[in-house]
Design a protein around this ligand. Structure first.
Ligand SMILES: NC(=O)c1ccc[n+]([C@@H]2O[C@H](COP(=O)([O-])OP(=O)(O)OC[C@H]3O[C@@H](n4cnc5c(N)ncnc54)[C@H](OP(=O)(O)O)[C@@H]3O)[C@@H](O)[C@H]2O)c1
Length: 268
């Protein structure tokens, strides 16, 4: 069955490659990028590569959470339902690591932006017969410091990234419980895949970007994941598996959600 699929951060890397593969299969694709010209170029490229004309896009810089809210409203004006939301946009290294709102860019882009976007789009996902949310985490995970999340302290790139990636993972487990009719799966797409992020951060890679794109495609559409909501897919191991102990601690998760709601909840 053809689906309506929105992938954030689909102007490059594994998000773009997954969008290409899904467009080839005839799904209706919505891309997202932070740069309007690059987004337009990628949409045209995918249309001509796949002969699928049902490809559109939305623009927002996820380091600006007001822009994320604005984009969410635009999506709600344009679409009546979404089958699959892939929260893929992510950042590791930046020149300026503090946003205009005083938050760490990794926390804003990798965790708070998808949190805001997803909560805004839940009514559209609930319209689908078989809704899914795939959240891009990572093998890099470390305990989330509330002070760091709130922007009250700074950390080196690796620690900032790893905290943002455990935050999105813990929230995914929470989301799976909060929305029993939506399949929510956090994903490590594989480590050191050949993308801009990895080349800029490490100057080397271990695996092709296809490895990450293929698992995004599979988790988005394959029926075998129907009953896997709230489970962590670790593509370094090629299957579902255990993750960081904090993600199984209900107290730590509710603490994270409480602070997050306080920062960016729907009444903010
Ligand atoms: N590659 C890996 O080995 C690996 C491993 C574990 C997890 N992941 C996760 O997989 C996801 C995709 O990563 P990738 O390796 O494909 O990276 P990438 O090639 O750098 O692509 C990242 C995507 O996110 C977009 N993006 C970055 N900052 C943004 C911002 N401020 N606002 C909106 N969009 C923004 C980028 O836009 P531009 O096109 O404008 O740059 C691009 O479309 C990330 O969440 C990453 O953490 C990757």
């Amino acid at each position: 069955m053809k689906k309506v699929i929105l992938i954030t951060g689909s102007t490059d890397g594994i998000g773009k490659l997954a969008a290409l593969k899904l467009a080839r299969e005839g799904h209706t694709m919505y891309l997202h990028g932070r740069n309007a010209d690059k987004l337009e170029r990628v949409i045209e490229e995918l249309k001509s590569d796949t002969n699928n004309q049902n490809i559109n896009g939305f623009v927002a810089d996820f380091s600006d959470l007001h822009a994320v809210r604005k984009m969410s409203e635009e999506i709600k004006m344009e679409l009546s339902s979404i089958d699959v939301l892939v929260n893929n946009a992510g950042i590791f290294k930046v020149n300026n690591n503090i946003t205009d709102d005083g938050l760490d860019v990794r926390m804003a882009v990798n965790y708070l932006a998808p949190y805001i976007l997803t909560n805004a789009l839940l009514p559209l996902l609930r319209q689908s017969d078989n809704p899914r949310i795939i959240n891009l985490s990572s093998a890099a995970q470390s305990s989330v410091s509330t002070e760091f999340l709130k922007g009250n302290k700074q950390l080196p790139d690796q620690a900032a990234y790893a905290q943002s990636k455990l935050a999105i993972l813990m929230w995914s487990f929470h989301l799976a419980e909060q929305e029993p009719d939506i399949t929510a799966i956090p994903l490590n797409p594989g480590s050191l895949l050949n993308t801009n992020m990895v080349r800029e951060a490490y100057g080397k890679f271990w695996s092709s970007a296809d490895k990450g794109a293929d698992i995004i495609v599979d988790l988005s559409i394959s029926q075998q994941h129907d009953n896997m909501s709230g489970k962590y897919f670790d593509n370094d191991k090629g299957g579902y598996g255990k993750t960081h102990p904090d993600a199984y601690d209900k107290g730590i998760i509710s603490g994270l959600i409480e602070v997050t709601e306080d920062m960016v909840g729907s009444n903010k």
